[in-house]
Write a protein that binds this ligand. Sequence first.
Ligand SMILES: C[S@@+](CC[C@H](N)C(=O)[O-])C[C@H]1O[C@@H](n2cnc3c(N)ncnc32)[C@H](O)[C@@H]1O
Length: 231
Amino acid sequence: MTRASLDKQPHEVATMFDDVAANYDRTNDVLSLGQARLWRKEVAKAVDARPAQKVLDLAAGTATSSLPFAATGAYVVPCDFSTGMLKVGKGRHPHLPFTAGDATKLPFKDDTFDAVTISFGLRNVQDTDTALRELFRVTRPGGRVVICEFSQPTWKPFRTVYSEYLMRALPPVATAVSSNPDAYVYLAESIRAWPDQPALAARLQQAGWSKVAWRNLTGGVVALHRGYKPQ
Ligand SMILES: C[S@@+](CC[C@H](N)C(=O)[O-])C[C@H]1O[C@@H](n2cnc3c(N)ncnc32)[C@H](O)[C@@H]1O
């Protein structure tokens, strides 16, 4: 069983997700205390995919995050570099055009997508800034990005309780429900080391995105960042 470390070596991250692929979605539901479904609905609203639009769901894993976009009639490309996650996804959703690809070197032409999005994936990419620039490159001028990622609860007392949950309760719960509990130690550590809302917004701007804004979900446990590629 593999657990990535905070230097996020791509082969370690990919192998770690290969290992958890079979039970990934069930474990997510349990560990997020059911919130994951609510967060996905909010991502779908923010992306606002329309029929025939092209949407890239990067780090799509098993494509659970891609389904709400596909349901609108948009053409959704789930892309990921874990062959284990892609295989489980393809078995469940054979109609979706799963694509193997690394976030830091996307296998798409410039200006391809109307919208690009990444849910719970950016934090796992070794080079965040290169991934943000790659997302920018493959988006058409006027197109949009939506990033859904764990963030910092804004109310201090809640932030303390949440931090305790991450470091103390999450690992034993993960041992009970996951095939690779160590992966969830990495999850807790990587969330704590991740930039807060304003810091991630600044990174988006540096990558070229304009009109960058964010919205907190569940008190800031998750944040949705949005930006546009200038026309
Ligand atoms: C926590 S899962 C999220 C899956 C899905 N988006 C969801 O919301 O359920 C993170 C995914 O990011 C993928 N990933 C991490 N680094 C990546 C990279 N550099 N390129 C492509 N995918 C990557 C992993 O393989 C994994 O499937």
